[in-house]
Design a protein around this ligand. Structure first.
Ligand SMILES: [Zn+2]
Length: 310
């Protein structure tokens, strides 16, 4: 065997080992296993713990439907059909056409766009809710997502319900450039309409929420919750570092950092979110709470503070 064949054989062997160790994303998605701090963990085990790692408390990303199952109980809510504007108005194409990206994202998530709006009952209170799926083109916001959020707000106003949103995503969708940017103004105006109607608007940040999403509807909640450890930012860390030319703290742009600086009101673990939201809504809407606050130390504190304030 000459040296060229030897190198070729070595290359093939390395490639084989890498493929074995790091399977494709598709294989990882269909596997019963995922990974966290201690290495492999069964997806089923993670799901039983609300997709939160039992070892390091990492709140793993979940889809809107998984989120609503946790909030309302399995399939105990109604998904609302939201308008879908024309796909790909700019006929965008780079390494791949935007139409193909949309096709792939729809197949992967079984959603028409990144945002899902639903209605359900929480603590005996009818609520309109929305959430973003990060697996749909990074949770970015385009015309369809903007329309979905506006539809959710209008539904809340028409039915006199609070509006609760779980945002995530990298920002406005590049493939729809100016149309996506206009979505920042449109969603902000929609939230203003909600406030004019004196309806509560609660936001719960999930990891990661950035760019135009943070800079519009996601930062306008009456109460800003966050899941622990979520990245919440406008520009990326490196951009900020290069601008301010100062060393940034290690926890910069985390939910915990934002809590310290007043941009987040409360960090709530996924398991406590239903009782926290339920109690808050009953206070805001002056309804009797059905939540058992004895079981939840954090919520009890909140209740006591509220009573003292009143
Ligand atoms: Zn972990």
């Amino acid at each position: 065997m000459n040296w060229i064949n030897k190198i070729k054989k070595l290359g093939e062997s390395i490639k084989k080992n890498i493929n074995k160790k790091f399977p494709t994303k598709l294989e990882r998605d269909s596997s019963a296993w995922t990974s966290c701090c201690k290495g492999p963990i069964l997806k089923k085990e993670l799901e039983e713990n609300l997709f939160v790692c039992p070892h390091c408390n990492k709140h793993h990303r979940i889809s809107p439907k998984q989120r609503f199952d946790i909030i309302f109980g399995k399939d105990n809510y109604e998904i609302l059909k939201t308008p879908i504007p024309n796909d790909d108005p700019l006929e965008w194409s780079d390494t791949k056409s935007y139409k193909d990206r949309l096709k792939d994202a729809r197949k992967k998530t079984n959603q028409d766009c990144a945002v899902i709006i639903a209605k359900g009952i929480l603590n005996r209170i009818e609520v309109t809710v929305g959430a973003t799926n990060f697996d749909f083109i990074g949770g970015s916001n385009g015309a369809a997502e903007t329309e979905a959020i506006i539809y959710g707000v209008q539904h809340a106003i028409d039915n006199n319900t609070p509006f609760i949103f779980w945002p995530c995503g990298g920002g406005q969708r590049m493939f729809e450039s100016p149309i996506a940017l206009a979505g920042m103004t449109k969603t902000t105006l929609a939230i203003n309409e909600l406030k004019k109607n004196h309806l509560p608007y609660l936001v719960c940040f999930t990891d990661p929420t950035a760019g135009g999403i943070t800079a519009s509807f996601a930062m306008l909640g009456d109460i800003q919750f966050s899941e622990p450890g979520a990245l919440i930012a406008f520009a990326g860390r490196r951009v900020v570092q290069a601008t301010v030319k100062e060393e940034l703290p290690p926890d910069f742009q985390t939910a915990e950092f934002l809590l310290k600086h007043g941009f987040v009101d409360r960090i709530v673990e996924r398991k406590n979110l239903v009782s926290e939201i339920g109690l808050l809504l009953s206070i805001l809407l002056k309804k009797n709470s059905e939540v058992n606050i004895e079981d939840n130390e954090q919520t009890s504190k909140l209740s006591i503070q509220t009573r003292e304030a009143s």
